[in-house]
Design a protein around this ligand. Structure first.
Ligand SMILES: [Zn+2]
Length: 365
C-alpha cells in the first residue's frame, strides 16, 4: 500500500514539472515575439560603472552636422564640455563650394570646438574632363578651413555620398581620381572613407545571420552592387598603397571587426592607414578579448569617433566600453548584442582619445 502511494506521488510530481494543465498553459513567447521587439535588460548583479567624463580630453574624429540650429550647437557644446570632448570633426558629404562656406559659417561661433571637412566634386571627372576642377574646389575648401575630406562612402557602386553629383562607378582606386587623392596628400588633408558594410550584411539575411537583429533595417542589397565586400576592400587597399603620401582613415574599423587578423595585416603594410571606431562599438564590444588585444597592438592607429548624434549618453557608452571592465551591458544603439568593456590602460586610452588624432591634425600639416 505504502509503495502505491509513493508511486502516485511521484507521478504527480512529474506531471507538475513536465506538463502543463489547461489552466497553466501559456503561449510560448518565442512563437509570437518579434525579434525587433526584443530589448533585454541585464539582470546580473555585477559592477556597472558610470563614466561621466572621459579620462583624457577627447577629439571626436567622426561626427556629422547633427545640430539643426544655433541653440542645438550651444547644447552640443555643453554636452561636449560635460563629457570631456574638446574638439569635434564635422563631416558632411555634400559640403563643397558654397555649401562648404555655409557649414563653416554655421559652426563659426565655436572655432576651437568644431572643424569642418569637405567632399570631392566629381562633376567634371564624370564628364571626362579630368581632375582640375575637383582639385580647384578642394584647394578652395582648404583655404576656407577644410581640415580633411570625408566622409566618402563606397558600399559597392562608387562614392555615393558625394555632391553635387554622386561618384557613381568611381571606386577609390579609379585612375580617374588618382590626381585628387595625391593632391590630398600634398595639401595634408586626410581622407575619411566608409568602405563596404559589416561582413554579416553580405551573408544571407536569415535566422543564422549573426548581425541580422542589429541592422536589418539598414542592410543594403549586396547582390545589386558593382563590388562585393572583398572587392571593395581590395579597391580601398589599392588606393592606400598607390598614394603613400595621403592619410586614409577607414571609418568603422574598415567594417572589419570580424577579421582583426586581416585588418592588422593592412595596418602593418600601410603606415598611411588609420581606422576609427565610430558606430562599431557594439561589433567590437561583443568580442572584448579579441578587440582588446587588437587595440593594444594597434594603439597608434586607432581614432576615437562617434557618428551617432550629440547626446551625453552616447559619449558615455563609448567611454564605458573603452575604460571599464563592465560586462554584459546594452548600448542603447539599437543592437541586440550585449557589450563588454576592454579596460584600456591610460597610455593607450590617451592615444585613442587624443594623441593619434593630434598627430594627423597637427604634425601631418
Ligand atoms: Zn559617419
Amino acid at each position: 500500500m505504502k509503495k502505491i502511494i509513493l508511486l502516485a506521488a511521484a507521478a504527480m510530481m512529474l506531471a507538475a514539472c513536465g506538463t502543463k494543465t489547461a489552466e497553466t498553459a501559456v503561449t510560448n513567447p518565442m512563437d509570437t515575439l518579434l525579434l525587433k521587439n526584443y530589448h533585454p535588460v541585464n539582470v546580473n548583479n555585477i559592477p556597472q560603472t558610470f563614466i561621466e567624463k572621459a579620462k583624457f580630453p577627447v577629439i571626436d574624429m567622426h561626427s556629422h552636422d547633427y545640430a539643426a540650429n544655433e541653440e542645438e550647437i550651444d547644447q552640443w557644446v555643453k554636452n561636449m564640455d560635460e563629457c570631456g570632448i574638446e574638439l569635434t570633426q564635422v563631416m558632411h558629404c555634400s559640403w563643397i563650394g558654397e555649401e562648404f562656406d555655409k557649414a563653416v559659417e554655421k559652426y563659426s561661433k565655436y572655432p576651437d570646438r568644431f572643424q569642418i571637412w569637405c567632399c570631392f566634386d566629381y562633376t567634371e571627372v564624370l564628364e571626362g574632363k579630368g581632375c582640375d576642377y575637383a582639385i580647384a574646389q578642394l584647394e578652395r575648401a582648404k583655404a576656407m578651413g577644410a581640415v580633411g575630406v570625408g566622409e566618402l562612402g563606397d558600399k559597392g557602386d562608387g562614392d555615393l555620398y558625394a555632391a553635387p553629383v554622386e561618384g557613381r562607378g568611381i571606386h577609390l582606386d579609379d585612375p580617374r581620381i588618382k590626381p585628387i587623392l595625391e593632391k590630398c596628400g600634398e595639401l595634408k588633408m586626410p581622407i575619411n572613407i566608409h568602405v563596404a558594410e559589416p561582413y554579416w550584411m553580405y551573408l544571407p539575411l536569415n535566422g543564422s545571420n549573426d548581425g541580422l537583429p542589429n541592422g536589418a533595417d539598414w542592410a543594403i542589397d549586396t547582390t545589386k552592387v558593382d563590388l562585393g565586400y572583398w572587392g571593395l576592400i581590395k579597391s580601398f587597399e589599392n588606393a592606400v598603397r598607390e598614394n603613400p603620401q595621403t592619410i586614409f582613415i577607414a571609418c568603422h574599423y574598415l567594417n572589419m571587426n570580424q577579421d582583426y587578423k586581416y585588418l592588422g595585416e593592412l595596418l602593418d603594410k600601410y603606415p598611411n592607414l588609420y581606422i576609427d571606431l565610430a558606430a562599431r562599438v557594439p561589433e567590437a564590444a561583443q568580442i572584448p578579448r579579441a578587440t582588446r588585444e587588437f587595440t593594444l597592438k594597434y594603439q597608434d592607429r586607432i581614432l576615437f569617433g562617434t557618428d551617432n548624434g550629440m547626446s551625453k549618453s552616447m559619449y558615455r557608452t563609448i567611454f564605458r566600453f573603452l575604460e571599464t571592465e563592465d560586462e554584459h551591458f546594452y548600448s542603447g544603439f539599437n543592437y541586440i548584442w550585449y557589450l563588454n568593456g576592454i579596460y584600456l590602460p591610460d597610455s593607450v586610452l590617451e592615444k585613442i582619445y587624443r594623441t593619434n588624432a593630434l598627430r594627423i591634425l597637427n604634425e601631418y600639416k
